[in-house]
Design a binder for this molecule. Structure first.
Ligand SMILES: [Zn+2]
Ligand SMILES: [Zn+2]
Length: 302
């Protein structure tokens, strides 16, 4: 039986890079410290913040909300759940989200795609299921921004972990989307656009799931039926394999991207002025925002 290198109790975790074995208690402390360090390093939660936490009810966001509430007892949190309208999937995760907020004593808001654009994701995608993740992502960003603004939050925290970040970097390359790769500016849209923070961006998904299990936060939930259409699914499994064989690959990708952006120089810290969308009034750099552009395209397709 493997034992904890720090206390000798039964180990539940072995770090792939350092080889250190940890018991549930010491692993949890290690994970929470990693989150606190990330929040501090990027100045994510200044004193007196009111933070909206995107809570899908899935693994990552469940761990995110639980850890933030534990680490920052003096900060106000409001959980925001976006109901995309995905049959046989969303209802269960919403119930999981409701159980969690009740236990943590956190304010909870639920906003549906139908509230935001009059249709459910299933209705929007009837003609184009292969576009699920980009449509969903764009509309969810808008819904989160709206809900956070209504909740008078000054930050939106999302549960993106290091795997998500590394996948996104690779996906931009795989699509040849060098504009995105080199996207490096701060936007200024006044009070309309609520800044995003990703407190789990230095935690692997493996560690995040382990934390959820050790702390009895996770129940088994269905997987989103649209994932199989996504490029991300392929990148996720390939990258997972690489990380397993060569531990530290994901961290190298994420840190490499940060270094690239720092080296790009003059654009760093450039503030781009945003205007508002002609159709919906949400912040955008163009005439129409990303969500309205997408909805218009889907309408054309019928
Ligand atoms: Zn221990
Ligand atoms: Zn718009």
């Amino acid at each position: 039986m493997a034992v904890c290198d720090r206390c000798g109790k039964r180990a539940v975790w072995r770090d792939t890079e350092s080889g250190e074995a940890l018991c549930g208690e010491h692993f949890s402390a290690w994970y929470e410290h990693l989150v606190a360090e990330t929040v501090c390093r990027y100045g994510m939660i200044p004193a007196g913040s009111r933070v909206a936490v995107g809570l899908s009810g899935g693994k990552d966001s469940t761990v995110l909300l639980s850890v933030l509430v534990k680490l920052y007892p003096d900060t106000e949190f409001v959980a925001v759940t976006v109901d995309e309208g995905i049959a046989d999937y969303r209802d269960e995760t919403i119930r999981a989200a409701e159980t969690l907020v009740k236990r943590l004593g956190v304010e909870h808001r639920i906003l549906s795609f139908a509230d935001v654009c009059g249709k459910t994701l299933d209705e929007l995608l009837a003609a184009a299921p292969e576009r699920a993740c980009s449509v969903c992502g764009t509309l969810r960003r808008r819904a989160l921004n709206l809900a956070a603004r209504e909740a008078e939050a000054d930050r939106i925290a999302t549960g993106h972990c290091m795997d998500d970040e590394a996948q996104s970097v690779l996906m931009n390359y795989l699509r040849g989307d060098i504009t995105r790769v080199a996207e490096n500016y701060k936007t200024n849209a006044g009070d309309l656009f609520i800044p995003r923070i990703k407190p789990l961006c230095r935690c692997t998904e493996r560690a995040t799931v382990a934390y959820g299990m050790v702390n009895h936060l996770l129940t088994s939930l269905p997987e989103c039926p649209y994932t199989r259409y996504a490029l991300r699914a392929g990148v996720r499994s390939e990258l997972g394999l690489l990380e397993y064989t060569y531990p530290g690959t994901m961290l190298a990708i994420v840190e490499g991207q940060e270094e690239l952006l720092a080296k790009l120089g003059p654009a760093v810290g450039e503030v781009r002025r945003m205007g508002v969308c002609e159709r919906c009034g949400e912040p955008t750099e163009n005439r129409l925002c990303a969500a309205c552009t997408l909805l218009a395209k889907l309408e054309e397709r019928g």
